[in-house]
Design a protein around this ligand. Sequence first.
Ligand code: HEM
Length: 491
Amino acid sequence: MPEAKSDVSAFATCAHIYKDAGKAHYCSYIQVPGLLETFYRGARTTDEFLLCSTLYASLLWWNLQQKELDALLRLAEAGQALSPEQLYDALKRINRCVEIDRIMLQQGIIARSELLRHNPQINFRLAAGDMNQLDVFTHTARQTRHLEQALSSFKLKEGADEAASEHLLSSLKDLTLTHADSFNTIQRDFRDLLWAMHERPAPKVVEFEKVVPVEAILGFARATLEKHHPQALAPDARTNDELTFITAHQAFEVWFPSVIHAIQEATRLLQLRPAQTWEAEGLVRRVAEIFSLFGRMIHIPQTMTASDYIEFRDQLQAGSGVESFQFRAIELSAGLRDKRYRKIMERMKLLTDDLEILWDAPSLNMAFMDTLAGRGIFAAGDDPTTKARKIAELLVPASFANPNVDLTALAESLVRFEQNVELWRTDHIAMVTRMIGRKTGTGAATYAQLANPADPEKMHFDSLPYLRNTLTYQKIFPLLWDARDFMHERS
Ligand code: HEM
């Protein structure tokens, strides 16, 4: 097995070939290499990675939510009746805060069930007193209280539609209730988690700020805005849309190391003899859960409208998540090896040296196929169709006698993982259509033209054709899907 790439420092430099000097590139705009540099260097186990991802993503979301709550409070404290535009703006901020609460809850469920369970693999403990480091709780609790008290201060201008006024008040009420509810749960879970991390019998004691460098993590979005739109940082900034866009991408990027690490660890466990199939299954289930969280996270950019997005999207004209090298690392570590995919990545010059290494390394899919062969499910010389038929035989109902129940469970979890990837892709495509329509080409189109400006196929690289293709040729576990076609033939 080649050296694990999930050491995030391995990805800490941007190796992309193309950069337009006049425009921001994904890596510099989202500040991915820098953001990953802040990832706790002592993290080794999948649980330690998960702890860091959860804490970093939470900080990013809280930062955004606090800014929106502050903006709402300012509106209330100004004591003036709101214009129709201010009403529309307030509703947007309310919606964003509620969406963030939902994500935080779903994220909290993952952290609780994976890290507060029996014996998580965390080999350090937090120093005493560090459990109170997240003063974000005190601040947010104060904001929520103020907002509740300010409810009666929100008024619309004389003559405003009564229904509009009613709509605003009920949305605010909903926000204060949802927020107070979710906030209490999240606060309880985080306190439990941090206390558990303090009381562990681990020999190594680490200070909280070493594990979670709060200022550094939050500093990256600030630096991007300072460079491109400093007015967005003013305390009374007109909107937090660009911060929302940056934060959403950054939250994904701080989750990605946990996904990459869990996939590579599951691969390693399957390569052991005997293969540790149940342990690997647990990790694959975790990755599937995280992708389900990603499905929720993609709602955050949609708390702005297409016209809000157009206000600042020019900065990222030629860039997009297509350049996320961690996303590619997930695909390759999991098992994507489709030759059409490779051709497209080469054409767009996105297959960096680090990713080439992953292309040649054993993937989770390969390790699972080897495990099936090792268990005698496959015979030497089986062609892909025969293998798919044999996998179909393995997928028996839970109540049936089954000597390979661990492999059946693992096969189902792998499919669930890929299903959640596809759901994410589908949601993302719908969101892209909503935001930029069907005609605009961004990163993919630019990259493809770089490779060959006269390319007769270049229209396939416009955003939507490109993204739709990703749903057809990018199967990570192709035989597990093919097996579905043979289920009805099972003996
Ligand atoms: C307003 C929000 C967003 C818009 C308009 C948008 C737009 C696009 C477009 C047009 C593409 C296709 C490639 C291209 O033409 O450049 C793309 C790809 C991609 N985007 Fe987004 N995106 C948004 C939000 C996000 C977020 C929050 C993430 C999270 C990391 C993300 C991750 C990706 C990834 C990973 C790809 C590559 C997909 C693949 O090649 O399989 N995007 N995006």
